[in-house]
Ligand binder design. Structure first.
Ligand SMILES: [Zn+2]
Length: 245
């Protein structure tokens, strides 16, 4: 790590100009920012961030993605981001084929537009338009970078199901109780057509619920705490960032 930091530093003016504007980093103190800079340096050395559709990826863009991704692992082991090597940036939302099986077993192929996608053991794919909007405009509960990299943490167990490997001392039973209760409540709200407490996309699956509540944990923690205090408590233990919020 020390060798990487010495040989591949992020130029000070780039780090300053990018991180000063990233809303999600506002709560960090100088020591935490210094640690985040080390993790970001490591991330940029280890991971390729490539543009798709001819998009040119600047160092500032790479720092913006990496710094937000590394906020998730600020107090975790850096090997949480092992097992994959690439981030792909599209200029805007990108179209993918989506296969879905309906209630009677028929397979439907649709094309859908996505702002981000995270492959188990594969790349993270992001729409730069959306990365930029979430990074620099205040949109409580919305941050596509945090969302997709939270899926990476979830997938560390080998399956993306909303139950990432927990920290030492955490209880899987308590996690399941807090998350399942909140997820069921949200699904009921969404199904009844009532306004939902958080982004209803979280009701898609337990994996999406974990990724969306992670977005809230970092961008709108008070909102998460008032809707689902148990989930907020579990994420505080998981990310080990209680002091920041
Ligand atoms: Zn997702």
């Amino acid at each position: 790590m020390r060798r990487i930091l010495r040989r591949h530093p992020i130029p000070h003016h780039v780090w300053q100009s990018v991180t000063r504007r990233l809303l999600v980093l506002r709560g960090l103190d100088a020591v935490q920012l210094a640690h985040l800079r080390e993790l970001t340096t490591w991330f940029l050395y280890k991971k390729a961030i490539n543009g798709a559709q001819g998009m040119e990826v600047t160092l500032a863009m790479r720092v913006a993605v990496a710094a937000q991704a590394c906020l998730l692992i600020l107090n975790l082991d850096i090997d949480c981001f092992d097992n994959w090597v690439e981030v792909i940036l599209y200029p805007g939302a990108f179209r993918v084929n989506h296969e879905q099986v309906d209630a009677i077993g028929l397979v439907h192929n649709d094309q859908i537009d996505l702002t981000g996608e995270s492959w188990l053991r594969g790349p993270v794919v992001l729409s730069w338009d959306d990365v930029e909007r979430d990074a620099y405009q205040s949109r409580p509960g919305h941050n596509v970078v945090l969302h997709e990299f939270a899926h990476k943490l979830d997938g560390l167990s080998g399956v993306t199901n909303g139950m990432p490997p927990l920290r030492r001392g955490m209880s899987r039973k308590r996690w399941a109780e807090d998350f399942n209760g909140a997820y069921d409540e949200l699904c009921l709200q969404a199904a009844s057509g009532r306004p939902t407490c958080i982004n209803p996309y979280a009701a898609t699956s337990p994996a999406e619920f974990f990724a969306v509540t992670s977005e809230y944990f970092f961008t709108a923690p008070e909102m998460l705490k008032s809707c689902y205090p148990g989930v907020h408590r579990q994420l505080t233990l998981f990310y080990q960032q209680a002091a920041l919020r």
